[in-house]
Design a protein around this ligand. Sequence first.
Ligand code: ADP
Ligand code: NA
Length: 318
Amino acid sequence: MANLDVLCVGSSVVDIPLHPVDRSVFDTVSYPVDDISMQVGGDALNESIILSRLGARVGLVTAVGDDAAGTFITTTARSEGVDVSRVRVRRGLTTSLNIGLVQPDGERTFITNRNGSLWLTEESDLDVSGRIGFAKILAFGSIFNNPLLSGAWIADLFHRAKAAGMTVCADMVPSRTGAGIEEIAEALGYVDYFFPNASEAIALTGAHDEFEAAAVLERHGVTNTVLKVGARGCLVHNAHTTEVVPAVGRDAVDTTGAGDNFAAGYICALLRGMNSIDAAVFANGVAGLSVTRLGATAAVRSLEQAEEFIAGIDATGT
Ligand code: ADP
Ligand code: NA
């Protein structure tokens, strides 16, 4: 089996954004919008696709149903050069579709299937056998995104990855079940790079601000906390430094998947040997490029393009 750079573990869904939709949607029988199409989504799927385009050898570990949406996910990931041999197709499972109602001002409401694959992915669906130790980096899409994955299972996965010499990266979403930091305290102790956004980190830690949140995560054993702070960029905190690294670019069209593009950019930078601050500059660049187009995977196409985008922004001083 060929070695990989990154093993992306987590969720894969199909997004169907409807835009523009306003509150009058229930007043009419037929409501035309500009476009209705299936797009790939989900943390692990987005990250694997962007990492592959940035030149990394990536494997995807995720669960889908044996339906058309599941086939769309697998086919798309494979066509992007992602190793899909650990995509679990579970019979009888319905692949999650996220319907996004996007208002003219960009405000979004997502309608999600509580009986879809995202909610029903079980620990036994995520098959990392023969993969731990055969990739440099474990990228865990999002802690709390698949609610049936326990903190103990995540901790065991991270522990095995670390023992095999892998670097452990993780993102998070707010818990759907009310689980708090104690649920994932053991897992956090294995995390080399943690990518929550500021509000998620503050809610998780009970801190008053992002700096205190980063300090609490450090006490839980996170080696490098890289807090995403939206249009302000990110905050890098580790034993040696605490530094806000400014965002790249300014004309955001759509921030869907910005966090996944950020994580992919950061991981790509780690593979290229960058330090925690240079990686943050590069990750802000990849995420800043990603927000210039509608959709999570529409903007970032290649490493050369991302570097040109970042250099172009530098050159004009914006
Ligand atoms: P998440 O999508 O996880 O909530 P953020 O909204 O903080 O995370 O966005 C992730 C990253 O995307 C930010 O750290 C930043 O690099 C980039 N980003 C977000 N919004 C903008 C923007 N308006 N302009 C430039 N970059 C942005
Ligand atoms: Na996030």
